[in-house]
Design a binder for this molecule. Structure first.
Ligand SMILES: *[C@@H]1O[C@H](CO)[C@@H](O)[C@H](O)[C@H]1NC(C)=O
Ligand SMILES: *[C@@H]1O[C@H](CO)[C@@H](O)[C@H](O)[C@H]1NC(C)=O
Ligand SMILES: *[C@@H]1O[C@H](CO)[C@@H](O)[C@H](O)[C@H]1NC(C)=O
Ligand SMILES: *[C@@H]1O[C@H](CO)[C@@H](O)[C@H](O)[C@H]1NC(C)=O
Ligand SMILES: *[C@@H]1O[C@H](CO)[C@@H](O)[C@H](O)[C@H]1NC(C)=O
Ligand SMILES: *[C@@H]1O[C@H](CO)[C@@H](O)[C@H](O)[C@H]1NC(C)=O
Ligand SMILES: *[C@@H]1O[C@H](CO)[C@@H](O)[C@H](O)[C@H]1NC(C)=O
Length: 361
């Protein structure tokens, strides 16, 4: 399982529950606050672990332990006990890495023997033994030079199709980050780093790696399609959008799911291209946008004051999303099922909504 950030935040596992009876669970935990998720038909949810500090990403290691990265704390390994059905409990816990700088990203190498985790500044690696839940060396910096303010999570994703390729997503420094229009800033980009070739100095985010896309405001969720190997991301888009002096932020722009091609060398013409930010965004409610011309849901359009360089013609030339979600849904992760014809997106949500959605793909 890949990190399901919202599930981790809530401490819940969401489990498709076809044909299962809701058997009683002797270790049932109840939330300490009154917020319980409401569950769609065919699914069950059970609280698995409590007492975590700001858990951000989760991964199963090769021994079946659940690794959890906690912002400001480090990485913990939870040995789980399967009590049948959706009844899973924590048998024991062990600190794997204690490092207050770590704040979000977590990934494992394909062979399960290396852990990767991120701070705002860098992605680090450690040699890992899942049998003892221990790391055997001090960290190595694999990707550095990412420190910025505001959006400080660096989502890590290890390809399961092409060995040794680590994807690193880096967001903007602010709601509208002018530096993101400069490729050399490294802001608002997703890059792929080949760890088979890494040297002792590691990689620099801005100057090394294969760019999968830029103009991506803050793409917190990254996933690889299990059969095609296609790379998708989900992006948190801009707040407080205006156009021609009119406030359009209530229902615009939409949040985006973007496609970035493949890691195996197969060419996809839009790979590495500009996805629009900080100038262009996907329309969600075109009728709320003044001078909306031919805009439909998902069309890229310009915000602010349009001029003879940045306008809807310019925006129509930037790579559009594959799928557009309601404004302010704040997607945090995307996972596919093994056959790749269903996927799930966790949304942090706004003041009025937070959900985990299932998509047919
Ligand atoms: C990495 O190792 C250095 C040197 O031991 C240490 O100062 C730093 O805190 C470590 N960082 C992480 C994230 O473990
Ligand atoms: C980098 O690694 C890849 C895959 O392991 C290999 O094919 C390629 O030749 C290496 N490139 C360099 C410059 O070493
Ligand atoms: C790379 O992936 C694409 C898309 O799944 C596939 O069509 C192509 O055959 C693959 N190429 C190689 C060399 O495996
Ligand atoms: C056009 O608009 C963009 C975005 O607001 C701005 O950066 C640029 O300076 C403007 N150009 C002109 C010629 O006004
Ligand atoms: C929109 O911008 C493009 C360049 O990006 C320019 O060629 C075109 O003339 C502009 N259109 C208007 C109406 O200003
Ligand atoms: C919408 O109209 C603009 C300006 O006429 C054009 O450049 C653009 O290609 C059109 N976009 C779509 C999605 O049809
Ligand atoms: C994944 O896709 C397969 C093939 O369509 C389907 O049978 C299965 O139910 C799906 N699994 C989940 C967990 O949704």
């Amino acid at each position: 399982m890949s990190p399901v950030t919202l599930a981790a935040l809530l401490g819940f596992f969401f489990v498709p529950a076809w044909g299962q009876s809701s058997s009683s669970c002797s270790s049932t935990l109840t939330p300490t606050n009154s917020i319980k998720p409401s569950i769609a038909s065919g699914y069950q949810a059970a609280l698995v672990a409590t007492g975590l500090t700001d858990p951000r990403s989760i991964e199963f290691d090769s021994a079946g332990n659940l690794l959890v990265i906690q912002a400001g704390v480090g990485i913990e390994s939870l040995q789980l006990q399967d009590n049948g059905g959706t009844c899973v409990s924590v048998k024991s816990k062990k600190t794997v890495v204690q490092a207050s700088a770590l704040n979000h990203g977590l990934a494992l190498s394909q062979d399960g023997k290396t852990i990767y985790a991120s701070s705002a500044e860098a992605a680090y690696s450690w040699k890992y033994d899942s049998a003892s839940s221990t790391v055997s060396n001090t960290n190595m910096s694999v990707v550095t030079g990412m420190n910025t303010d505001d959006h400080t999570t660096r989502t890590l994703f290890m390809s399961q199709k092409v060995d040794g390729i680590l994807l690193v997503s880096r967001g903007s420094t602010s709601n509208i980050d002018p530096l993101a229009e400069m490729l050399s800033s490294g802001h608002s980009q997703i890059k792929a780093f080949n760890l088979n070739n890494i040297t002792a100095n590691g990689y620099d985010y801005d100057t090394d790696g294969l760019r999968l896309g830029w103009g991506l405001r803050n793409s917190v969720g990254v996933a690889e399609h299990p059969t095609t190997g296609g790379i998708f991301s989900v992006e948190n888009s801009v707040d407080q959008a205006t156009r021609d002096g009119q406030d359009i932020h209530e229902d615009n722009p939409g949040e985006e799911m973007n496609f970035h091609g493949y890691l195996n060398g197969t060419q996809y013409s839009a790979q590495g291209s500009n996805y629009g930010y900080p100038y262009c965004f996907a329309a969600w409610a075109p009728s709320d946008i003044p001078d909306n011309g031919n805009l439909t849901v998902g069309s890229q359009f310009a915000i602010g004051t349009l001029n003879n360089t940045i306008n809807d013609t310019y925006c129509a030339e930037q790579t559009p999303p594959r799928l557009t979600f309601e404004a302010h849904m704040a997607p945090l992760d995307l996972v596919f099922n093994n056959s790749g014809n269903e996927g799930w997106v966790t949304f942090h949500g706004s003041w009025y909504v937070n959900v985990l959605y299932e998509l047919e793909v």
